[in-house]
Design a protein around this ligand. Structure first.
Ligand SMILES: [Cu+2]
Length: 349
């Protein structure tokens, strides 16, 4: 009997020590969303269960090894116990209870993380090998007093503090996965066109700069599929959106430069002469380009236009078809395409 009391006390003490150590260890990154609070709460429940079972097993083993070791002069084997139905019932019922409780807690946590706020801000997310693109829909008032919807594209994800955002995510090629560790939640993004949208809800609670990374192995440059996430105040967010919405009032070249950045072109195309995922744009215009079939063409305005709206029609030698996103014909207006071309033309050596 006294053995059970000692073992019980040791198990409790070890569980408390280990549990406090694990739940307070600086293992997880900053908690930066409402959803993270729920996720970390569930995570801590698991730490406590782990601490308890680890203690239960190790304390029993170590206690037996030391206290019940064979002493000098002792002989024979230990007692053989078989068919202890009471013990078997206990070790069946307790784990079932734990597993069922975890199922209930898990389901309620999931419901909490997916809770919908009807006024959530909607952002379209396009994942491609190996860039992220984010599109906001903004209502812009017209001179006639009405308003039209325009899209604001960005290669960074800008989010307002304290408001729920629903990310509506599509992949243009293979499976990707949206993951910002500080927000805790993660969602796979599947190809299948605009009919196949995956949603993820996040309510940022800490202003700051984070990084979204792709959490699904998606090809050669998977590791480089990252983008900046900025959580700013609601006022800063509105100002940023207003600044980027509406018409571009700059020269064609400057507007083109802006679209090339916000639509993620420059993530793959360098302006400095170095090849990246795609060929450099420096000195491209009116120069010879060798294609994969060995033919040589001049990169005139027609060629540039075709390369943007139908990238697989003529593939540059040394590069893979299907790497450049195929949806720019739908995502960009003809005016934006012309402005990007004006920008490419301006990049002479
Ligand atoms: Cu990816």
């Amino acid at each position: 009997m006294v053995h059970f009391v000692i073992v019980g006390v040791l198990v409790i003490a070890s569980t408390l020590g280990l549990g406090l150590l694990l739940t307070n260890a600086p293992i997880l990154p900053l908690m930066a969303s409402e959803q993270a609070v729920t996720v970390d709460w569930l995570f801590n429940i698991h730490w406590w269960l782990i601490a308890f079972f680890f203690s239960l097993i190790t304390v029993f083993i170590l206690y037996s090894v030391f206290v019940f070791r064979r002493k000098p002069g002792e002989r024979g084997d230990g007692k053989f116990v078989a068919d202890n139905h009471r013990l078997e019932a206990v070790w069946t019922i307790i784990p079932i209870g734990i597993v069922l409780s975890l199922a209930v807690i898990g389901a309620s946590t999931l419901a909490d993380v997916e809770r919908r706020d009807p006024s959530a801000l909607s952002v379209d997310v396009y994942a491609s090998q190996w860039v992220w693109r984010f599109e906001y829909t903004v209502e812009v008032p017209t001179e006639a007093g009405e308003s039209v919807l325009t899209a604001v594209a960005s290669d960074r994800l800008i989010l307002p503090l304290g408001q729920q955002v629903v990310l509506r995510m599509r992949s243009t090629d293979v499976i990707h996965s949206f993951w910002v560790p500080e927000f805790r939640v993660k969602q796979d993004i599947l190809p299948g066109g605009s009919e196949f949208v995956r949603e993820l809800r996040i309510t940022p609670t800490e202003a700051g700069t984070y990084q979204v990374m792709c959490a699904e192995l998606c090809g050669q440059l998977h590791y480089a599929m990252v983008a900046e996430v900025q959580v700013v105040s609601a006022a800063e967010f509105d100002a940023w959106l207003a600044e980027n919405a509406g018409d571009c009032n700059l020269t064609d070249e400057q507007c083109g430069q802006r679209w090339a950045a916000t639509y993620g072109c420059t993530a793959c195309h360098s302006l400095t002469g170095q090849s990246g995922v795609g060929p450099t744009w420096l000195g491209l215009y009116n120069h010879e380009v060798t294609l994969t079939d060995g033919s040589v063409v001049i990169a005139d305005l027609d060629y540039l236009h075709r390369s943007i709206v139908d990238p697989n029609a003529q593939v540059v030698a040394g590069f893979q078809p299907g790497v450049m996103p195929q949806d720019f014909a739908e995502r960009l207006t003809e005016e934006q395409i012309q402005q990007i071309i004006a920008f490419i033309v301006s990049l002479q050596q």
